[in-house]
Each structure stands twice: as C-alpha cells, then as structure tokens.
Design a protein around this ligand. Structure first.
Ligand code: SAH
Ligand code: SF4
Ligand code: F3S
Length: 439
C-alpha cells in the first residue's frame, strides 16, 4: 500500500482541507504515515497570510527535497494558499515539486495521482465549492463544516481574496443534510467555517438565505454544540446575536476580529466599520448574551499607524476586555493594496514595542475576565489529556476556554467541571463527581 504524509500550515480552513485530502487519499488506497520521511507522497498544505508563514514552510519543503534526493520515486505536492499565490512559479523556484494546487483544487490531487503523467502539474482554477470528498476527521466527535469558499471583502492588507477567490455559499439544504449526517455519526460539536461566515447565503438563488436561518436549522438537527468562525463585524446583525441567546446548541463565544481600534486605520484597512460601530456591536452582543466570551484579532504596525491610532486600539482592548486575542505585526503581502503603501511604514522595532504593550493589555484583561469562571461548574467537552500534565484531562467549555482538570472522563465525553483557578489562557478544575453520579 502507498503511504502519504500531510503537513498543514495556516487556519482552520486549511486544517479542514487537509482532512479532505486525507479522506480522499485513503479512498484511493493510500495509508497515512506518521512521519514525512516514511511517506512516498509528501504533501504540504500551505498558508501565506504573513511572511513568517512562507518562511516556515520553505524550510520544511527543503527537507522534503533532501528526502527526494535519497529516493527519487517520492512524490512532493504543495497545496493551499501559498501555492495559489505563486501558481506555476512554484515549479521554477522548487523544481523537485511534482504537483501544486490551490485551496479550491484539492480534488485535482486525485486526478494527478491516478494519471500516468510524469511531468509537474499545477491546478489553480477557482470553481466554487468542490467539497463532497470523503473526510478524515482528527476527532470523531468534532467536525468542521465549510459553509462558503472565498471572500468578497477587500481588506487592504489581506491576501486571502486572491488565494481563495470570490465568495460562494454552499446551498442551505446541502449544509443541513451534512450536519444531520454528522450528528448521526456521533459528532457532538460542529464548527461552521468561512472567511466571512455571517455574509453566508446572500448569493444563493433563487432564494437568498441568512446566516441566522442557517444557525437555526443546524441547531434543529440536535447537534450538541455549534460554533462558527470568522464573522465580520460589519455583518454582525441583531438576528445573529439573538440566535446566541435563543439557540440551545450555539455556544457563548464570538470571535469578532477588531484589527484596529482607530477609525482612520480601519478605513485604510477597508474594514468598512468604525470604532464606534464596532463598540456598538459589542454592546448589542453583551446586552443579549451577558456572559459571552469575546475573542479577536488585532494587527499592529499597519502603514500610517500613529501612536494615537495605536492608543485607540489599546483603548478598545481595555474597554471590551476580550477573553483572548490573536495579535499580529503587520506583514506586507504580495499583490495587496497595502503592500503598495509607501508612506508611514512602521519600523519593526516600533511595531514590536507596540505589540508588547498590546499583549500586556490583552493578557491582563483576559486574566481578569477569566476570574468570573472560578467557583462555577461548567460543561466541558473532553478533547484528550492535558498537554502539560498527562495525568489530567483537557477539554473546552462552551465559552471556548481550555480547561485542564482531573477526572474520570474519556475524549468525546461532555462532563461538568468545577473551576478552581484561571489564568489568561486556561482554566483548571476537577470533574464534578456529583454530576457524574446523578448521571
Ligand atoms: N477571514 C478571517 C480571517 C482572516 S486571516 C477574518 O477576516 O477574520 C486571520 C487574521 O490574520 C486576520 O484577522 C488578521 O488579523 C491577520 N492578518 C491577515 N493579513 C495580515 C497581514 N498582512 N499582516 C498581519 N496580519 C494579518
Ligand atoms: Fe481577509 Fe478581510 Fe476577507 Fe478576512 S474579511 S479573509 S481579513 S479580506
Ligand atoms: Fe488560511 Fe492562510 Fe489561506 S490563514 S485562508 S491558509 S492564507
């Protein structure tokens, strides 16, 4: 039997695409190898969101080249956003690559492997959703469901619209049927995926649909936990917020990317909302879902960001009090509007220094926010054993908080955990044996 190995970089979209690659390869008779050096087919699913992402991947690719020199029969494939962003150049830059394909062309890998062509092949069309591939999930009880491909926003810093194409929503009925099937297979938690999930459905014909309608229909399948990522603040309307208050399965967690707290910078980023409008969305969410966990993404050092603009970002982080945040130093990306900005470039040291101040505020507020969980008993979906202490279990609350706890549960169980301590990142506690006894 032939063997393969996939290394995945980037976001949940890529993780999910890799699950589909693995499912497809197994259906072609391949078996997954534990390590790349044991595999005949070495695949990389790449990301290009920041420069660092590119660099990390190139180091891996060079290791694969060394393996291929030892054993020229090996096949090396490169998929994902980086591949899409450089297209056929990949073969010039890395002549040992046999097949390259964009995020929308995962299925073409099968075509390549079953053809008898020995020449390098590239697949970079945008075809909308090309799902319907068998999926090999990392955990039996959790599943991703991709609800749309591409993105119609034009955030000036972002490479994604050029690597994933324009937005195409998958049909309502097809998505509901997919979740029904997953629930029947024993999936307890479903995460809906898209670059801008809450604009889902506007392009559907003959009947337009709304994201909140989809949330209601998915809730009605009986799935235990429902999540989604990422929503765009501009499309975070009251119907979606109310769904959080009303739907049993929809978790009390919203990832609402801020990017900047300065209206001036937001405009240059083409985010299409102001600081006030963003804060107004937060207020609406907290009014209807008071205990919600809010997380965000922030970019520092965007061209033209003044000390005053940065102070505005710190101000929003202070005021909102996020439960967690991903913070990034701006990285110019080829072909994006912001990469052509020549004025107001921020020296790296300045960006690093701003990043440190931002992280201080984010972590302090997250730690403070997390104290509200201490003393409460929370529902936890067990994911495995703790990364730091293998005698303990690890799981997630509905708020999306990681909990390390002692108990008797197994992965996939939903248990009650008494929370005894909290840091900015994780909670600690003990499984409620009373709840277990009461069953
Ligand atoms: N579609 C999603 C995710 C986009 S990528 C969304 O809009 O929320 C995830 C995050 O990477 C973005 O939210 C942004 O904070 C960051 N990011 C994107 N492009 C970047 C760049 N050029 N430099 C630094 N960070 C970037
Ligand atoms: Fe990129 Fe903006 Fe689209 Fe997110 S919404 S993928 S940041 S263009
Ligand atoms: Fe995701 Fe990276 Fe592409 S973040 S959408 S894999 S550029």
């Amino acid at each position: 039997m032939k063997s393969f190995h996939v290394t995945t970089f980037g976001c949940q979209m890529n993780e999910h695409d890799s699950e589909r690659m693995k499912g497809m390869l197994e259906s072609l008779g391949y078996a997954e190898a534990e390590r790349a050096d044991e595999a005949e087919l070495i695949l990389f699913n790449t990301c290009s969101i920041r420069e660092k992402a590119d660099e990390r991947f190139v180091a891996h690719l060079n290791q694969a080249a060394a393996l291929k020199r030892r054993d020229p029969e090996r096949v090396i494939g490169v998929g994902g956003c980086w591949a899409q962003s450089v297209k056929d150049q990949v073969f010039r830059q890395f002549p040992f690559v046999d097949v390259a394909f964009g995020p929308g062309q995962v299925h073409k890998l099968a075509e390549f492997l079953t053809s008898d062509s020995l020449t390098a092949q590239g697949f970079f069309e945008f075809e909308g959703f090309t799902g319907h591939l068998p999926t090999k999930r990392a955990r039996d009880f959790q599943a991703w469901v991709q609800i749309s491909v591409g993105c119609n926003c034009r955030c000036s810093y972002c490479i994604v619209p050029s690597t994933r194409g324009t937005e195409v929503s998958r049909p309502f009925g097809e998505l509901v049927a997919e979740v029904e099937r997953l629930v029947a297979e024993g999936v307890r938690e479903v995460t809906l995926l898209g670059q801008n999930v809450n604009s889902w459905g506007r392009d559907l014909r003959p009947e337009r649909r709304s994201f909140s309608e989809l949330l209601r229909a998915v809730d009605a399948t009986g799935v235990e936990r429902l999540r989604y990522t990422s929503p765009h603040p501009k499309d975070m309307r009251e119907d979606v917020v109310l769904a959080h208050a009303e739907l049993r399965s929809l978790c009390e967690h919203i990832h609402l990317p801020l990017q900047s707290g300065s209206t001036r910078v937001l405009k240059a980023m083409r985010r299409t909302y102001s600081r006030e409008r963003y804060l107004d969305r937060v207020a609406l969410i907290r009014e209807h879902v008071p205990d919600v966990a809010l997380t965000t993404d922030v970019i520092v050092g965007f061209p033209g960001e003044t000390e005053e603009d940065f102070a505005a970002t710190l101000g929003v982080c202070e005021e909102v009090g996020y439960d967690g945040a991903f913070t990034f130093i701006y990285s110019p990306r080829r072909g994006t509007e912001a990469a052509s900005f020549a004025d107001g470039l921020i020296p790296h040291e300045v960006a690093v220094e701003r990043m440190e101040r931002l992280v201080e505020v984010v972590q302090r507020r997250a730690r403070e926010r997390a104290q509200r969980f201490v003393g409460r008993t929370l529902e936890v979906l067990v994911e495995g054993s703790s990364r730091t202490d293998p005698t303990k279990l690890r799981g997630r609350t509905r708020h999306g908080k990681v909990v390390n706890f002692s108990g008797l549960a197994a992965p996939g169980d939903v248990v009650q955990v008494e929370i005894s301590a909290a840091t900015s990142q994780t909670l600690a506690g003990e499984e409620s044996l009373l709840a277990r006894a009461l069953g």
